[in-house]
Every structure is written in C-alpha cells, then in structure tokens.
Design a protein around this ligand. Structure first.
Ligand code: UTP
Ligand code: MG
Length: 523
C-alpha cells in the first residue's frame, strides 16, 4: 500500500518508538471497500452461532462441530442486552466454517426441539444440548490447533480505560492506546455482518435480489466496541430490466416515493423479523421520521440495530469515511480520541437531539486534517476518479470519487498525534462559525449559504447541512469546550498521576469549572 504517511511504523500491539512524533502503527494492505464488504459477507454466510449454558461448554461445541468440517474461526462472547427491563446474559460461540458445504452439513444435522411450541425457522442461530453423540470424543483433525478466545466482544469500563491510559506516558501513546482498546474488533465486526446476513437470508426466498448492507460506524472503521449497527435493506439490488425478456414477473404495485407504501413495507418487515427471526427483540417502528427506521436488539449477536430501506447515500458516505480512515494512520486514533472526549464531557449523547453527533465530529476532524494537508479534499478525489468509480445513489446523488487510494501522493505532514490533537482544539477555538461553513469538498472554509449555527456541508449532497439540527446553545458549549481543551493541553504540562495527559481532558469537572469562569467574564 502506498497510502499517505504510513511508512516505517511499529506495530500497534508490539514495540513502539520512544519518540512521540514517531509513535505510529504498521501499515496494512489496503482493501477496496466493496471487496472488504464482500469478504465479510462471505465469512458471515458460512458462520453459525451456538448458545451454550456455560462458558466451559465451548470446547464441547468445538469438538462437536469439528465433525462437519474445518473451522476457520471460533470465539466465545457474551451478550448482555436488557429485555423487558431485565438484564440477559448469554454465553455464545461464533464459528466460521472453512467451506459452505461444512456450514450446510452443520445446519442439516441440526434439529428443532419442542415442535408444538415453536415457529420452526431454520437459521444458523442454534443452541447446544448435551446428548450421547455430543459427548463422543471425535478425533480432531485440522481443528486441533484452534484456540477459543474467551469474552471476545468485551467492552472496557470507564475505569479499565482510565487504568490503561494511566500506564502510558505521552499523550500520543495514550491516543493510540485508547484507539487500540476501544475500537470495534474482528469479533464485533463479524457479529454485525452476521446480523445483516440473517435478515437478508430471512427474506431471500421471496426477493432473491434483496440485500441488507451494514453501514455507519460498524463498517466505516470509526466504530467502537459495542457500537450500534446501521443497516440498509435494498429490495432489488439488480434493478435493471432485461429488455429482451418476454416473460415478466407478476408483482404488486409499489412506489418507493409513496410514503404510505414505504411505511407498509417497513411495518411488514418489522413484524416478520419480530415473529420469525430468533434473537430479534424490542422491535420499534419509527416510521414518521425523515428517514423511517426499524429499531431492534439482536439478543444473540449482542447488537442494537437501526434498519432503514434503500439508503444508498449513507452507504457511500460510509465508504468515503472508510477511505479517509485508510489514508493516514493518525486519522482513526484522532477521531476516537475526540469522540471519547466529547462523550466524557457530555457534548454527545446516544439520544438524538439538537447537539453534535459522532458523525458530525468525525467530519470536523477530517476537515481539520485537510487543513493540515494530511488528507486531500473530496473535490480532488472526484477529479482523480476513473470510469470504474462512477456511482449514483438514490436516483440523483453523485457518489463518484476515487476508490483506489494507493494512487494518491503521500502527505509531507509528520506531526505527532499530540500536536494534531492540540492543533485541532485550537483550530476550532478560533473558527468563525458565524460566517463560515465547513466544506470537505473544497477542503477549506466557505461562506455559509444558510444561517444555521453550525454548517457542515454534506459531502455527497453539497447543498445540505449535516449539522442543521445543532442549536446555537450546543454550538456555544462546543466552542467553550474546544477552548477549555486547548487550555488544558497547553497549560497542564506537569501532570499529576490522577489526571494524567488525556485523562485531564476527559474530566467533566474541569470543563464545568471553565464554563462557569468564562460565563462570568462574558457577563
Ligand atoms: P450515525 O448517526 O449512526 O453515525 O449514522 P455513525 O457514523 O454510525 O456513528 P455512531 O457510532 O452511530 O455514533 C450512520 C451513517 O449514516 C450516514 C453516515 O454514513 C453515517 O456513518 N449519515 C449520517 C449521513 O450520510 N448523513 C448524515 O447526516 C448522518
Ligand atoms: Mg451508527
């Protein structure tokens, strides 16, 4: 890979350079987004999950499932999701077979139990019961070496993160440590693709061209462990008419532009998932919103999901974010730190409202990195696009931009993460939000076209403002927080053990103190 600024780095897990400015992870080879999604989906299509009564039965599951064929991946995880105000803890094992025929063999050998009390769905979501055959010690062949990683989807508590950060010296290393220990890992990613695939599988017999595509932080590489899963259900991916065909399918009338039609479709999807799909629970239909969604928990995969229909613009937005994340090793750790900072001091919330969201903050970090010449403008990605990069989403949205970033020149910026963090806060402390909009397309501030307090041009629909919902009050809080963070980083060079480096940024008390003081001076 020849992405910007990735040469000569130590590994994330392994040894790191002592100099903060050279602390950086090793470059991985770049995979084009569509290919990444294709690989993840293929893994999901030959995977099963098996619920066990106790964690110590994982080895028995491995032994039993080995009879169906070679296993590529196996891990244990626990799902703790609240159902009917009760916390449920489930122990589960995720297994990816090497071959689809081994996966099929496992499903063919599976059974229903208690026929009279169940909807007899056949899905790769199973539970393990001890029978004579499961205790037969079958000779392990190629699965001999496989080790089962326990509690693979663990989300670290605030205290655990604090302890990890307290152990490293420089802010640059803390930023990388935070990223390392909070980013969505392979197990979490697999469970998210598995969830998407199960919904697709559920409707596939009626709609062979239906796809359910994950997007948002679960796939754009800015997601943290335990993040929500955004899904887009597309009824007909190959919607091109075969002009030469004389046999035409009989169908029901439906228009994607007709709100009532879309609502009825989503209601049916929600009800079918709720009735037929094991694991799907707490289904809520939010159909009056601008983008109607179905919210649900997948109790067996341990994920909370938002499903919309035909939201291809959001899909390409995720691809764009993925590409930016891949361009430079500092992008993701910096975004994670700023998201964590915003969460710690209460600037962001899981509940949507007139405040800044993670997505908007990510846009602000990317824009700042464009100012530092770490990242290119979107217009330059559009100019470098080839015929293969042409995409149009949701009928009219042009999503054409360069996909193969190995063609891009390298950045000359070698700033440390610590410097970039401080410069980020200081840049936005002095940004003219009253007159200027943030345009990632231009790669520089532009004049606002409408008077919203915070204006971040939507990179794919440039006339829209992704932050139009943010109130003037929230913007004031944000700017004060930027100033406070600048002040904390500039002045607190001598750190005591308790509020060391980044930890002093993540403290609500310090920000509240400064807000009070700044309000006094404003009066
Ligand atoms: P989310 O708000 O769920 O953000 O939007 P996220 O990136 O997944 O972050 P968290 O972890 O949930 O907080 C999901 C995706 O929808 C698209 C983006 O691709 C985003 O990643 N999106 C969102 C837009 O295209 N425009 C918007 O205004 C908001
Ligand atoms: Mg999301």
């Amino acid at each position: 890979m020849s992405t910007v600024g990735t040469e000569g780095f130590a590994t994330l897990d392994g040894a790191r350079s002592k100099s903060a400015s050279t602390v950086s992870p090793k470059a991985n080879s770049y995979i084009v987004y569509d290919e990444l999604l294709r690989q993840r989906k293929a893994e999901a299509s030959r995977s099963i999950i098996v619920q066990v009564q106790k964690e110590n039965l994982c080895d028995d599951v491995l032994l039993y499932c080995s009879q169906f064929g070679e296993i590529n991946k196996i891990f244990h995880y626990t799902s703790h999701i609240i159902e009917h105000s009760q916390k449920e803890n489930k122990d589960l094992v995720f297994i990816e077979f090497k071959d689809e025929k081994h996966f099929e063999a496992a499903l063919t050998a599976s059974t229903h139990a208690n026929h009279q009390y169940i909807i007899p769905a056949c899905t790769p979501m199973l539970w393990f019961r001890h029978t004579k055959s499961s205790s037969i010690k079958k000779k392990l062949t190629s699965n001999k070496q496989i080790e089962i990683k326990k509690d693979s989807c663990k989300v670290l508590s605030k205290m655990e993160i604090k302890n990890k950060l307290a152990k490293v010296d420089s802010i640059s290393e803390q930023i990388l440590t935070l990223y390392d220990f909070t980013k969505l890992n392979d197990a979490g990613t697999r469970l998210r693709f598995f969830t998407a695939y199960q919904i697709e599988r559920c409707f596939k017999s009626l709609f062979p061209n239906l796809v359910v595509v994950p997007f948002g932080s679960s796939v754009n590489t800015f997601g943290k462990q335990g993040c929500d899963l955004d899904l887009s259900l597309i009824l007909d991916q190959n919607n091109t008419e075969k002009i030469s065909s004389s046999l035409v399918y009989q169908t029901k009338y439906f228009s994607g532009q007709n709100k009532t039609h879309v609502k009825r479709l989503m209601e049916t999807i929600a009800d079918s998932m709720s009735t037929f799909l094991p694991g799907v629970s707490n289904v809520k239909k939010i159909l009056e919103a601008r983008v109607p969604i179905i919210k649900f928990d997948h109790l067996l995969c341990g994920v909370e999901c938002d499903l919309s229909t035909t939201n291809m613009t959001a899909y390409y937005m995720s691809e764009l974010l993925y590409i930016f994340g891949e361009m430079d090793w500092r992008v993701r750790p910096l975004v994670f730190t700023i998201r964590k900072w915003a969460e710690s001091i209460g600037l962001t919330s899981k509940i949507p409202g007139p405040w800044i969201s993670n997505f908007m903050l990510t846009m602000m970090v990317l824009f700042f990195l464009q100012q530092q010449h770490v990242l290119p403008s979107i217009n330059s990605l559009k100019l470098s696009a080839s015929q293969n990069d042409v995409r149009v989403a949701d009928v009219h949205v042009d999503c054409t931009f360069l996909r193969d970033i190995t063609k891009l020149p390298k950045t000359k910026n070698t700033d440390s993460l610590e410097k970039l963090l401080l410069d980020f806060f200081s840049y936005y402390s002095n940004f003219d939000f009253s007159a200027k909009a943030i345009s990632l397309n231009m790669g520089k501030p532009v004049l606002k076209s409408e008077n919203h307090p915070l204006y971040i041009c939507n990179p794919l629909e440039v006339n829209l403002n992704v932050s139009r919902i943010v109130s003037i009050d929230s913007l004031h809080r944000l700017v004060l927080a930027f100033r406070d963070a600048t002040w904390v980083l500039e002045t607190k060079k001598e750190r005591n053990h308790e509020s060391k480096g980044l930890l002093s940024l993540f403290s609500k008390e310090s920000i509240q103190k400064n807000w009070k003081e700044s309000k006094k001076t404003a009066r």
